[in-house]
Design a protein around this ligand. Structure first.
Ligand SMILES: C[S@@+](CC[C@H](N)C(=O)[O-])C[C@H]1O[C@@H](n2cnc3c(N)ncnc32)[C@H](O)[C@@H]1O
Length: 453
């Protein structure tokens, strides 16, 4: 493959004896992975029904390699949100950050949501995930993935980190900064990255990365962790950013990440930095089965007399009667908690959020549906977050049934049944809503999500 001379010269200089091995890795196949959505199915159960031959990814308990030629994005289980297709090395940051159920986590540069879906699975519905990206187009993909995964405790925002910061003083237990970068580690996976590198190399991204990191201290509670990651090799965007961050934020120190699974240490000598930078890890394509990445985990020390913090209470809206009528008529379960209504859209919000007035919030927890004239219309996100047992009328297809793809293509199905909202499922996993009228099942699968030939 074509690699720019300037890039090769730099890597030759950095890697010295290792350079030839590094270069040879570009002739290898690219490794492809998927990560099981444990919010919907356990890894053990997925292995039993997996249509793909899977091989474990050593550094991610829910991650697997699949073979070349397989097309997991073209399978009904993908539309049921049973897995996320993700480059294997990209599964490391969330795994190393290791969020626990109940944590408050911020994913600051989150779109299209690979790491956010992984964090949400680890939270297991408890705690809060604030997931943000500055780019509105990319946020749309983020929302889709959050909803497809059936995630109920995510706040999706489209803001500059400087703005978000003001709302969340000392709030988060964990912050992920998966920074925009020159993408040198992705050339093999996506050769178009070479072109964008020729336009914007490390010198373009460094100030952006530094500016993003400048917001972390204010939002992270003492004792909390921040994980910085990139998919590039350049020391300027990696060790250098961490060196500067530690210098400017004396309460932080680097946590040593174990060098197992083929992970290599950080390289302080490349930036004239302290030995503690060796605690970072580098993922090299010639040393493991994945693309190039850099990760640094840092902890914010707890100081004595740490100042305490309070959150303002939120106004808890009681949803109108139409919502409760819908629940009574269509669900076998109740939906309880704090609710919010924005532009007639009803959300179930995670507990303990500060006031977010003035912030560009696109999803404020589990988007349940919309109040329309005298009625409540459930959302696709509600369907994706429900279990088939939760719904009164369910139509369940086997994965091989022709109706599954017909439904995913948006076609009307000629099937009779009891009138009303019906949850369409594949092998017991929800795909979306349909509305039964007479002998017709009106298809309500979102047009933008349709299966394309
Ligand atoms: C490496 S990508 C994130 C990938 C994502 N974490 C995932 O796992 O799917 C970096 C993201 O940073 C976003 N970005 C760029 N500048 C930003 C900024 N100043 N604040 C927040 N996000 C930013 C880009 O839009 C891009 O989506």
């Amino acid at each position: 493959m074509y690699l720019p001379e300037k890039f090769l010269d730099k890597m030759r200089e950095l890697l010295k004896d290792e350079f030839e091995l590094f270069l040879k890795s570009y002739d290898n196949i690219k490794f492809q992975g998927l990560r099981v959505n444990t919010l919907k199915i356990s890894v053990e159960d997925f292995k039993k029904i997996s249509p793909f031959k899977l091989r474990p990814i050593p550094w991610c308990k829910d991650g697997f390699y699949f073979e070349e030629g397989e097309r997991p994005a073209k399978h009904p289980y993908y539309h049921a949100g049973l897995y996320y297709i993700q480059e294997p090395s990209a599964m490391t940051p969330a795994e190393v950050l290791n969020p626990q159920p109940g944590n408050r986590v911020l994913d600051l540069c989150a779109a299209p949501g690979g790491k956010s879906t992984q964090i949400a699975a680890a939270l297991d519905g408890q705690g809060v995930l604030v997931t943000n990206d500055i780019n509105m187009n990319r946020v749309k993909a983020l929302i889709k993935n959050i909803e497809l995964f059936g995630i109920k405790n995510a706040i999706v925002t489209n803001e500059k980190p400087e703005k978000i910061k003001k709302y969340f003083e000392n709030y988060f237990d964990k912050i992920l900064v998966d920074a925009p970068c020159s993408g040198e580690g992705m050339f093999r996976k996506d050769p178009s990255m070479v072109k964008s590198w020729e336009k914007h190399d490390a010198t373009y991204y460094m100030p952006i990365q530094k500016a993003i990191m400048d917001n972390v201290d204010y939002m992270l509670r003492a004792g909390g962790n921040v994980l910085y990651s990139t998919c590039t090799f350049s020391p300027e965007e990696n060790e250098e950013i961490i060196k500067e961050f530690i210098k400017d934020n004396s309460q932080f120190y680097i946590v040593d990440i174990p060098k197992n699974n083929g992970f290599s240490k950080g390289r302080p000598e490349w930036v004239n930095g302290e030995k503690e930078l060796e605690g970072c890890i580098r993922l090299w394509p010639h040393k493991l089965e994945g693309e190039g990445h850099f990760l640094s985990l840092m902890k914010k020390e707890v100081k004595e007399n740490e100042k305490s913090f309070h959150f303002e209470g939120k106004s808890n809206v009681k949803p109108s009667k139409e919502f409760y009528d819908f629940v009574k008529e269509n669900l076998n379960t109740s939906i309880k908690g704090e609710f919010e209504v924005h532009n007639n859209n009803l959300y179930l919000v995670p507990e303990g959020l500060p006031m977010l007035k003035g912030l560009k919030v696109l999803r404020s927890g589990w988007f349940l549906g919309t109040f329309k004239k005298n009625r409540f219309e459930p959302s696709h996100a509600m369907a994706m977050g429900l279990n088939y047992k939760d719904v009164k009328r369910v139509i369940n297809f086997n994965v091989g049934d022709k109706e599954v793809v017909k439904y995913l293509k948006g076609e009307t199905l000629n099937i009779g049944g009891e009138k009303g909202w019906t949850l369409v499922c594949v092998d017991g996993f929800s795909l979306g809503w349909a509305k039964q009228t007479g002998n017709m099942l009106k298809n309500l699968y979102p047009p933008a999500w349709r299966w394309l030939d």
